[in-house]
Write a protein that binds this ligand. Structure first.
Ligand SMILES: Nc1nc2c(ncn2[C@@H]2O[C@H](COP(=O)(O)OP(=O)(O)OP(=O)(O)O)[C@@H](O)[C@H]2O)c(=O)[nH]1
Ligand SMILES: [Mg+2]
Length: 246
């Protein structure tokens, strides 16, 4: 057996999909993940963490499980909306893979990038591979000027103050070694928009190897964006806190 074949049979990728009211998006995202993962022949599972969505996301997930199989689609629902941070932890606790991939279920993160994350992880033995909108060939579609400004501004300020060693700090589309992710989550204190940034700052602190893959982020088609003034204030506060303490 070639080395690559051996890697593929021992590595397993647990893809975490937290959902809240994603009934329209879930069938498409799962179809695409299955398509790309099967194409590359990787061993994987998709863990859907639905928080009691009133729109029937869980029922849709149950149908998808019948189509793709219980080994591929794992359902780990919770009774009510408890937030994204604890949804990730819940997912990790149920993951059987040695690698974890975190992505949004609203089609902002294209599943075709997963294979690129995996290739990057293998070639450089990365602890983390982060999708980035801020290098050549990455980008965002559908964001208004304010949101682009906030996202760019947040990244710029953080680069300036903390020199994190990664170009996209506020995105969430990433691959982690499972034990690395567990350690990072335990060490992080912030919540919300800031959490993704703190993960990278802590990763640098611990000396983990971070790789990057360009992604294009597409804004969600269904539903409203929740980024408001309070998130921005929270972000700047947390940034200054990290600046003072790391
Ligand atoms: N399980 C769970 N999933 C959530 C919760 N909040 C959001 N999600 C999911 O987490 C992912 C990211 O949330 P989004 O609502 O897209 O957040 P965002 O991209 O910052 O904001 P949008 O502009 O609305 O897309 C999506 O797949 C959501 O369905 C929650 O409380 N629990
Ligand atoms: Mg989104």
């Amino acid at each position: 057996m070639s080395k690559q074949k051996a890697d593929e049979s021992t590595n397993k990728y647990s893809i975490l999909l937290p959902t809240y009211n994603e009934v329209q998006n879930l069938p498409i995202i799962i179809y695409l993940i299955v398509k790309y993962m099967n194409k590359s022949n990787y061993n994987y599972e998709i863990i859907v963490i639905d928080d009691g969505s009133p729109d029937g996301t869980l029922e849709a997930a149950e149908q998808l499980q019948k189509i793709y199989g219980e080994d591929k689609i794992v359902l780990r629902p919770r009774a009510k909306k408890l937030g994204l941070g604890t949804a990730y932890i819940h997912g990790i606790n149920h993951a059987t893979g040695n690698f974890i991939i975190i992505m949004d279920a609203d089609l902002s993160h294209h599943p075709k990038s997963i294979a690129e994350f995996i290739e990057k992880q293998k070639s450089d033995n990365c602890d983390i591979v982060s999708g980035t909108r801020y290098v050549k060939s990455g980008g965002v579609y559908g964001w208004d000027f304010k949101r682009k400004l906030v996202s760019r501004g947040a990244n710029f300020l953080t680069q300036l103050l903390l020199r994190p060693g990664a170009s996209d700090l506020t995105g969430s589309y990433r691959l982690y070694k499972k034990d690395v992710l567990e350690k990072l989550i335990k060490s992080c204190v912030s919540k919300g928009y800031v959490f993704q940034m703190e993960m990278i700052i802590r990763a640098r602190q611990f000396g983990y190897k971070i790789g990057e893959v360009p992604i294009t982020f597409v804004d969600r088609v269904y539903g409203e964006s929740k980024l408001g003034g309070s998130e921005i204030i929270q972000f700047v506060r947390a940034l200054l806190y990290l600046f003072a303490t790391t």
